[in-house]
Design a protein around this ligand. Structure first.
Ligand SMILES: [Zn+2]
Length: 50
């Protein structure tokens, strides 16, 4: 059996009834994950306030 993981947040999305144990990577539909993909720019919202 293979598993499909989100390549962004590593969450398991689905499983596949394959003979070999194989991991696939796709994209989940999680809202937070989708937002984090869009926010792939440097200097995001995680700036530390001195
Ligand atoms: Zn994800």
């Amino acid at each position: 059996m293979g598993a499909i993981y989100c390549k962004h947040c590593m969450k398991m999305i689905d499983t596949q009834p394959t003979e070999k144990v194989t991991n696939y990577y796709s994209e989940c539909e999680d809202v937070q994950c989708r937002e984090s993909r869009v926010e792939s720019l440097p200097a995001g919202m995680k700036q530390e306030s001195a």
